[in-house]
Write a protein that binds this ligand. Structure first.
Ligand code: SF4
Length: 368
């Protein structure tokens, strides 16, 4: 629950009424991690059947978070069971395979900052727990956000947001539309504060990969006699073409407009932008980030121009390519706006968020 949003250039602040999530393809399940461990053990010459048996015995009862946190200890246990030897190379490879399925930023924050039963010296940060797979509800979070001051002024860190209402991103530390979160909670902890007198001063981007459940919630809300707040913008996340269809569910929501967060973008995306009023693109972050190709962003930018849909170049991520050719040497601080080539340095904001601003292009691409 942070007042300043450090992880997205399209928002001022972020807030999480729900911490944790019941998972998606960016947070590999226990079964997927077992298979990854088996594959790593096979690469070291162990028999598939024996490796599978050991992996199931050691990992089967652990959550994905615990497997990530204890990857080295658990890998060591599996190697010892298989060969009664200490084999650091195999342990390292298996541990890396176990961690590879952790591409969700919220999940990664939870395992880094929450309690770690495998590391007695680890001091957890306040407010974090490691049960990422069991979402925790924070009923007062959006009420806190509603009390934050309005902005509508010069924004030194994110000048493209200047003169807009405060843009609050829901939710950075989990998926509020996880199956275990009741609609009554979402109504009382999101819709009510967002619609309150103080909450109406801000605009909220409700980010989800569960577009169908958000639309079901909207239907339920309307059946109950509520309306969808005009300052609450559904923001559907998508990375691959396989996820495009689910975005269509957002059209059922009677929102002012809907947005698309194509980040991490993992392949070119072609989509029908009817009913959508904002597209945000960006690449993946993290040491083993998958490639993000500027060519994909150009294609998306062209689709936005054709559909007259605002386009926002967020962050290029940590594995940038241009037409298949890797771009290296971008300094960390340039992984933001300056890292985009000039024709993609576009940070359009939708009309409803204030006056339409085309953020002027900044300095030339800076490389070391
Ligand atoms: S929080 Fe979002 S990205 Fe992370 S596992 Fe859940 S749905 Fe996936």
């Amino acid at each position: 629950m942070a007042e300043n949003c450090r992880t997205a250039d399209y928002a001022d602040s972020d807030i999480s009424p729900v911490a944790g999530c019941d998972g998606c393809e960016l947070w590999a399940s226990t079964e997927d991690r077992i298979m990854a461990a088996v594959s790593a053990m096979e690469n070291h010459g162990w028999d598939t059947r024996a490796a599978t048996e050991v992996a199931r015995r050691v990992l089967g009862s652990q959550t994905p978070s615990l497997i990530h946190q204890g990857s080295e200890v658990l890998a060591g246990e599996m190697v010892w069971t298989l060969c009664c030897e200490h084999n650091p190379e195999a342990i390292n490879d298996i541990a890396q395979a176990l961690q590879k399925g952790s591409r969700c930023q919220a999940g990664s924050m939870a395992v880094s900052w929450g309690p770690n039963p495998f590391d007695p010296n680890h001091v957890p940060s306040r407010g974090w727990h490691s049960r990422f797979e069991s979402p925790t509800l924070h009923a007062g979070a959006l009420w806190t956000a509603a009390r934050w001051g309005a902005l509508n002024k010069f924004h030194p860190d994110k000048p493209w947001l200047t003169r807009h209402p405060r843009i609050v991103l829901i939710s950075q530390t989990g998926e509020a539309l996880s199956d275990s979160v009741p609609f009554e909670f979402l109504r009382d902890s999101i819709i009510t504060p967002v619609s309150s007198a103080s909450g109406r001063r801000h605009v909220y981007l409700w980010n989800t990969r569960r577009c169908a459940r958000m639309a079901d919630f909207s239907d339920w809300l309307i059946e109950q006699g509520w309306s969808w707040p005009p300052n609450l913008i559904p923001l559907g996340s998508v990375s691959r073409m396989a996820g495009i269809e689910q975005l269509a569910h957002l059209r059922r929501i009677p929102a002012t407009f809907r947005g698309i967060l194509a980040q991490p973008m993992l392949e070119p995306l072609e989509m029908d932008l009817t009913g959508f009023g904002w597209v945000i693109v960006g690449g993946e972050t993290g040491a083993d980030a998958r490639p993000f190709d500027l060519q994909w962003a150009r294609v998306m930018r062209q689709q936005c121009l054709t559909a007259r849909c605002p386009f926002f170049a967020n962050r290029v991520g940590w594995n940038l390519q241009d037409d298949g050719i890797p771009i290296t040497g971008i300094r960390t601080r340039d992984r933001h706006f300056e890292a985009w080539p000039e024709e993609l340095r576009v940070r359009d904001l939708p009309m409803v968020l204030g006056s339409p601003i085309r953020w002027p292009v900044a300095p030339r691409l800076a490389r070391v």
